[in-house]
Write a protein that binds this ligand. Structure first.
Ligand code: B12
Ligand code: SF4
Length: 431
């Protein structure tokens, strides 16, 4: 039977007025498939905040309590606005996406939806894929979907726990239905340019849950279909800048070559995420010539010992070599750095600062290690399972490593100074 479905990405950054760009590809992909099956679907990204403040990292830490306070303040305008959307759209079903940091916020939306008489509230997304019980123990969630929701969403209308098999061939999925976004006209065209070309990663980094979510086999779409989607986004919304959200876009050299060849005459700018060991000179040359204007890579640490603890499976020389090549081709790049992993010590953090000064990324994006569910570290029993605690990573209350708080703060200040002085940093989007 045809249902009216409202899919919601919960608020988090918006509570602190941090800028938050992009679109929730997962929910829009569900919307595409549900529309194809004849349902009426809308997607509310209640965290979208393109005009928020692009805070430096230290400020993010300092503002974290605002999130906690607002989370518990039922009168906050963000909650009222979500309630108004539910009242206006009168959905039969509300589906909520929950990454770990948004679990509590997502559960609050479930409560609001139920108080407004919504018949069925379904939770999905990375956190409940791994810990379905965290959503099911709420009185306001009727069912959960573990894994990819596209093929199984309708089962959750009657079943309590739905375990999705991995979709074997993602090329048959409908494109993410950007047209279902509530407030679409307020979206910046380039935010609509988030595109996913493949699901999964061949890496097994101990702080990452990619393998638990997507499995070991990387499933890819055809490049022609990806480019058709990009053209359609460009023609519909005027988007000229795209961001490929795949875990590791450059896994397969031939496929990247095909993408670069076919995209190059469009004049689009594009960016991607990858690993330093999945880049080479020939590939970077093709990427640069075809409009690649941003590469985001996890270099994580300047200490080989820490890289090994992380099971990052890269060496410092590989980082140095990749950085040299990217800089040679003048492609702006962002380096993800993580501090505080189990086993790391202060001297390792010094090595990281030294490495950054040597390899000169255009921008650094830092994370304080957090034992997210489904990761190698969390399976080894390292650290508290933070998502079940009130605090999370930004609060700096949950540190599993041996790096003292002062050293973490020193590093965050270093990162803020580095970015402030970087000429290219202002060009970086969605970091
Ligand atoms: C793009 C991205 C971001 C963007 C988000 C942009 C946006 N507008 O949404 C930005 C840069 C802001 C970001 C930030 C962070 N991210 Co992020 N991000 C991603 C990334 C690379 C892609 C997300 C995506 O589009 N996926 C594609 C879709 C198809 O997958 P999906 O969203 O999971 O949806 C599918 C299923 O989960 C399910 N599903 C999802 N929702 C629902 C809802 C219902 C009702 C149902 C039935 C099913 C369902 O069906 C969907 C379709 O198959 C993922 C990695 C990845 N490959 O997914 C990490 C990922 C989501 N991020 C992650 C993390 C840790 C973070 C940060 C905490 C990092 C940090 N240290 O600050 C912050 C969180 C900030 C916050 N609280 O808001 C983790 C989440 C882990 C976890 N346990 O929750 C991931 C999985 C990376 C990883 N492998 O570790 N991120
Ligand atoms: S951190 Fe990146 S490279 Fe490592 S497993 Fe996760 S997605 Fe793959």
């Amino acid at each position: 039977m045809r249902k009216k479905i409202l899919l919601i990405d919960p608020p988090f950054q918006k509570f602190m007025n941090f800028s938050k760009n992009g679109i929730p590809i997962g929910l829009l992909s569900l919307a595409g498939e549900l529309k194809r099956k004849g349902h009426s679907v809308e997607v509310l990204d209640s965290d979208y905040n393109p005009n928020g403040i692009p805070y430096p990292f230290m400020a993010k830490i300092e503002h974290y309590d605002e999130y906690l306070n607002n989370l518990h303040n039922g009168n906050h305008p963000i909650w009222s606005s979500i309630a108004s959307h539910i009242e206006e759209s009168k959905p039969d079903v509300v589906g909520i996406s929950m990454i770990s940091t948004k679990l509590r916020s997502g559960l609050k939306i479930a409560q609001i939806a139920k108080s407004l008489g919504v018949e069925r509230v379904i939770a999905g997304g990375p956190h409940v894929t791994i810990y379905p019980e965290d959503a099911l123990q709420s009185n306001y969630v009727d069912s959960v979907v573990q894994g990819e929701g596209e093929a199984v969403f309708e089962r959750a209308l009657t079943e309590k726990v739905v375990k999705a098999d991995r979709i074997r061939d993602i090329k048959y999925l409908a494109w993410p239905a950007r047209e279902t976004l509530i407030g679409l006209k307020d979206y910046q065209p380039n935010d609509l340019g988030f595109v996913m070309t493949a699901r999964g990663c061949s890496g097994s980094c101990n702080f990452c849950c990619s393998e638990s979510l997507w499995g070991k086999i990387v499933r890819k779409r055809d490049i022609d279909d990806v480019i058709r989607e990009m053209d359609s986004i460009h023609n519909t919304y005027g988007t000229n800048q795209f961001y490929l959200v795949d875990d590791t876009f450059t896994l397969e050299k031939k496929r990247v070559g095909e993408f670069c060849k076919k995209i190059s005459d469009r004049g689009y700018k594009w960016g991607c995420l990858t690993r330093v060991d999945k880049l080479d000179e020939n590939m970077l040359e093709k990427m640069a010539c075809s409009g690649c204007s941003m590469i985001k890579v996890g270099i994580e640490s300047g200490s080989q010992n820490v890289l090994d603890l992380m099971n990052k499976r890269i060496t410092i020389s590989q980082i140095e070599y990749a950085a040299k090549l990217i800089n040679k081709h003048s492609i702006p790049w962002l380096a993800y750095i993580m501090v505080g992993v189990p086993g790391e010590i202060s001297a390792d953090v010094d090595k990281t600062m030294e490495l950054i000064n040597n390899v000169r990324p255009s921008y650094i994006s830092t994370s304080i290690y957090t034992p997210y569910p489904g990761t190698g570290f969390s399976k080894q029993g390292n650290g508290i399972d933070f998502a079940r605690e009130e605090a999370n990573h930004h609060s700096m209350k949950v540190l599993a490593g041996n790096v003292p708080r002062e050293k973490i703060i020193e590093f965050m200040k270093f990162a803020d100074r580095y970015n402030a002085n970087s000429k290219a940093a202002h060009k970086i989007y969605n970091c």
